[in-house]
Design a protein around this ligand. Structure first.
Ligand SMILES: C[S@@+](CC[C@H](N)C(=O)[O-])C[C@H]1O[C@@H](n2cnc3c(N)ncnc32)[C@H](O)[C@@H]1O
Length: 306
């Protein structure tokens, strides 16, 4: 398994923050091609690798044949508690969530994650279940599409793009990345901002297909629950929507009283369950930025269970 399939981002930083040493139980919730897990295993820890993608889980199984400290779970990190229980663990000492898409998936011609290739509009991390991007584009109303593109892509021309999608789908249907790209182009023209809009639209549809933001919110809660005292949760996010969710959740759960500031005294029963290990997000150093383009947008945040 080579790192040419995907170059892990913030590798040393993540492994250091996880404090992965012999005897520790670490969940890699986004196994991918094991870029992080392989180093965690080298440190002597046990790893439970989770991934929605069949190729990733197969890669995990191949690695597990050579290493009995690695176990694999095919499913969402949303099922982290189930995965831990099935593994026979009571809890774990560290959890890594390296969110988003691997380079391998971007290049995978069956996925349709990018407008840079002409391929089927699937976009599911787990291609064995659920609605595809094609289904969502066919079944959503114009206003639902506009909301998806605005909320998950932060694209200001969302209404125009949604209208173009609806007009195109009545004529031909939209089943390829090229057709979606053409819709966006017909809605906003070929100007200098076209590629940025295309990235935002493709990101938005991918987030909707995989229900990525609710998965992340739910998993943060379950991850903190699943950690042993002093266990650490390390999250690497790649866009502001993800990072905002992580930052807000970590801020809230590391705070005791969460009463509105106008309350004269505390009326909530909220207690901090975690402490912040990183006050500001950790970003890639120049050396990594120069060699790994995916690291440019990466933000790493770490908390420790109290
Ligand atoms: C950025 S890649 C991880 C790369 C990995 N850290 C490495 O270095 O090889 C993200 C991975 O998370 C997986 N993924 C995305 N959402 C997921 C979810 N809800 N549950 C489990 N895996 C998910 C993707 O299939 C992908 O393989």
């Amino acid at each position: 398994m080579s790192n040419s399939l995907h170059q892990p981002v913030l590798l040393n930083e993540s492994v250091e923050y996880l404090r992965a040493v012999t005897g520790k139980k670490i969940v890699d919730g986004t196994f991918g091609f094991g870029g992080h897990s392989k180093v965690i295993l080298q440190k002597g820890a046990e790893v439970l690798g989770i991934d929605l993608d069949t190729h990733a889980v197969n890669a995990c199984k191949v690695l597990a044949e050579e290493n009995d400290r690695l176990a694999c779970f095919h499913g969402s990190f949303r099922e982290i508690k189930k995965a831990i229980t099935e593994q026979g663990w009571e809890n774990c000492d560290g959890i890594l969530l390296d969110l988003g898409v691997s380079s391998y998936q971007l290049d995978d011609s069956t996925k349709g994650f990018t407008y840079r290739q002409d391929t089927n509009l699937d976009m599911r991390f787990n291609q064995t279940t659920g609605r595809t991007a094609e289904d969502i584009l066919a079944e959503s109303s114009e206003s639902e599409l506009a909301d998806i593109i605005y909320q998950y892509g932060e694209e200001r021309k969302s209404r125009r793009i949604a209208r173009a999608i609806v007009n195109t789908r009545t004529e031909d249907g939209i089943s390829t990345t090229k057709q979606l790209k053409d819709c966006v182009e017909s809605a906003i023209g070929k100007g200098p901002t076209l590629n940025a809009s295309l990235s935002r639209v493709f990101q938005a549809i991918r987030i909707a297909v995989n229900d990525e933001l609710s998965s992340l919110s739910d998993t943060l809660v379950d991850s903190v629950d699943a950690l042993a005292p002093k266990g650490r949760l390390v999250v690497i996010s790649y866009h502001s929507l993800e990072d905002r969710i992580v930052k807000k959740y970590f801020a809230k759960e590391s705070t005791g009283c969460i009463c509105p500031s106008e309350f004269p005294e505390c009326r909530c029963t909220h207690r901090a369950s975690i402490k912040l290990v990183t006050r500001r997000p950790v970003v890639a150093l120049d050396e990594e930025l120069a060699t790994n383009p995916r690291s440019r947008s990466a933000k790493l945040r770490v908390v420790e269970k109290i």
